[in-house]
Design a protein around this ligand. Structure first.
Ligand SMILES: Cc1ncc(COP(=O)(O)O)c(C=O)c1O
Length: 403
C-alpha cells in the first residue's frame, strides 16, 4: 500500500452523494457504510438512464434497443471483472454476496478424493456460515488471534486433505480485521482445498486483484460498493466454474431443453438463470468507474485515517471497549459500559448520526467476544472528520445522559 495521501484528496465528496443530507437539508452523519453505501449521483444517473430511455431486455431481442442493452450488460460484466482483476467469463452476476456464496456451497463439487468439508472462521458473517450448513457441508471453525484476526497458524494446524474449501472474510464486517489472503490461499492449496474470499467489506476498501490474492472464488455485493442493491458478483477461476453444474434452472442458462434432458450454456451464463438484473449491473459498472477514478489506495488510506482518529478519541474515553485490531479497515466496533448499543444508536440518531448497533449478522463472533451486540461506526469514501466529530459529540452526550 502506498503512502497515505492527505485527507483532502477525498474530502468534499459529500456533494456527489445526494443521500447524505437530512430531510431539512442539514448534514447526515452516515456511519453505516459497512451495511450499505450511499450512492453517488453518477450511479443514480446510470440507473435512471438504464431503466428509462435505454431500457429493454438482454440476450433475446432482435431489435436494436435490446442489442444495445445486451452490449451494455456485457460491458458491465467486463468492467466488474477488470475491477477485481479477473476476466469477463469469470464473473457471474448474482443478487449479492449471499447468493454468490450459496452458489459455490451448492455447486462446487468436492474435488476427487476430498469430502465436502469447509473451514470457516469464528468471525464470519451469517452469509458465510448458513449456506454451507444448508448445502450439507461439514463445517470446521478456525479461531481468532487476541486482536481479532483469523488465526492462520491455527488454520494451518487444522487443515487436512479432507477439506475441499476454505471460506474466509477478506475483511471482517465487525472488527475490520484484514485477512492475509495470500497466506490463506497458500494454506488452502497446500492441502488441495480451494479458497473463497468473502469480499463484501474489502471490495470497496482496498485494491483487489484476484490473481495476486491467488484465491479461487471472490464474492461481493454491489450495494456496499456504492452500486445498487440486488446485484453482486461471484468471481471464480474459469476452470472451476466450467466444471461446476448449474445451481438454479430456467431461461438463459440453457443450451437446449427437452423433456427427457436439457443441456446447459457455458459459464458464466450457466449460473444466471432468468432475466438478469440488467439495470443493476449497469449501475454497478458505473460504481466501479466512480470508485476506480477515486482510487482504492486513496480510499483505503482515507478510511485508515478516520479509523485512527476514531479509535484514538474513543480510546481516550473512560468506560469504552474497542474491538478489533488497530489497523482495521474502515470499521470501528465498540461498547460503552452501562449503555446498550441500541440506546446509543437511538440517541445518536437524534443528532443525525447513523451507526449500526446489534450482532451484525455475526452471532458466533458476538459469543466469542462475550457480548450480544456492539456499536459499529463504519466509513466510506464520503466520510470525513466532521463525521468523527459528530460521533464523538453524540457519545459524550450519551455518557452524560447515562450518568
Ligand atoms: C462480510 C459480509 N459478508 C456477507 C454479507 C452479505 O451481503 P449481502 O447481504 O449484500 O448479500 C455482508 C453484509 O453485511 C458482509 O458484511
Amino acid at each position: 500500500m502506498s503512502e497515505a495521501p492527505t485527507l483532502s484528496r477525498l474530502d468534499n465528496r459529500r456533494a456527489d452523494f445526494p443521500g447524505l443530507v437530512t430531510a431539512t437539508g442539514t448534514p447526515w452523519y452516515y456511519l453505516d457504510s459497512a451495511a450499505t453505501a450511499q450512492k453517488p449521483q453518477a450511479v443514480i444517473d446510470a440507473v435512471t438512464r438504464a431503466i428509462g430511455v435505454d431500457y429493454a431486455t438482454v440476450h433475446r431481442g432482435v431489435y436494436g434497443r435490446s442489442a444495445e442493452m445486451t452490449l451494455g450488460y456485457e460491458a458491465a460484466r467486463r468492467r466488474v471483472a477488470a475491477f477485481v482483476g479477473g476476466r469477463e467469463e469469470e464473473i457471474v452476476f448474482t443478487r449479492g454476496a449471499t447468493e454468490a456464496i450459496n452458489l459455490v456451497a451448492y455447486s462446487y463439487p468436492g474435488t476427487v478424493g476430498h469430502g465436502r468439508r469447509v473451514l470457516l472462521s469464528q468471525l464470519e458473517h451469517h452469509s458465510n456460515i448458513v449456506p454451507w450448513q444448508l448445502a450439507g457441508w461439514e463445517v470446521d471453525v478456525c479461531p481468532l488471534t487476541e486482536d481479532g484476526r483469523i488465526d492462520l497458524d491455527a488454520a494451518e494446524a487444522m487443515l487436512t486433505r479432507d477439506h475441499a474449501m476454505v471460506s474466509f472474510a477478506h475483511v471482517s464486517n465487525v472488527l475490520g480485521s484484514v485477512l492475509d489472503a495470500r497466506r490463506a490461499a497458500d494454506l488452502a492449496h497446500a492441502v488441495g482445498a480451494k479458497l473463497l474470499l468473502d469480499g463484501c467489506q474489502s471490495v470497496a476498501r482496498m485494491p483487489v486483484d484476484v490473481a495476486a490474492l491467488d484465491c479461487d472464488f471472490y464474492a461481493f455485493s454491489g450495494h456496499k460498493l456504492y452500486g445498487p442493491t440486488g446485484i453482486g458478483a461471484l468471481w471464480g477461476r474459469a476452470d472451476l466454474l466450467d466444471a461446476m453444474p448449474p445451481w438454479q434452472g430456467g431461461g438463459a442458462m440453457i443450451a437446449a431443453v427437452g423433456f427427457d434432458r436439457s443441456t446447459y450454456a457455458p459459464a458464466p451464463q450457466r449460473f444466471e438463470a432468468g432475466t438478469p438484473a440488467i439495470v443493476e449491473a449497469i449501475g454497478l459498472a458505473a460504481a466501479c468507474d466512480y470508485v476506480g477514478k477515486a482510487g482504492l489506495e486513496a480510499i483505503h488510506a482515507h478510511e485508515a485515517r478516520l479509523v485512527k482518529s476514531t479509535r484514538e478519541a474513543l480510546g481516550a474515553m473512560n468506560d469504552v471497549t474497542l474491538f478489533g485490531p488497530e489497523d482495521s479497515a474502515g470499521i470501528v466496533s465498540f461498547a460503552i459500559h452501562g449503555v446498550h448499543p441500541h440506546d446509543l444508536g437511538t440517541i445518536l440518531d437524534e443528532e443525525d448520526v447513523a451507526i449500526r448497533a446489534g450482532h451484525h449478522c455475526a452471532q458466533p463472533l458476538m459469543a466469542h467476544l462475550g457480548v450480544t451486540a456492539t456499536a459499529r461506526a463504519s466509513f466510506g469514501i464520503y466520510s470525513d472528520m466532521d463525521d468523527v466529530a459528530a460521533l464523538i459529540r453524540g457519545i459524550e452526550r450519551t455518557k452524560r445522559i447515562f450518568g
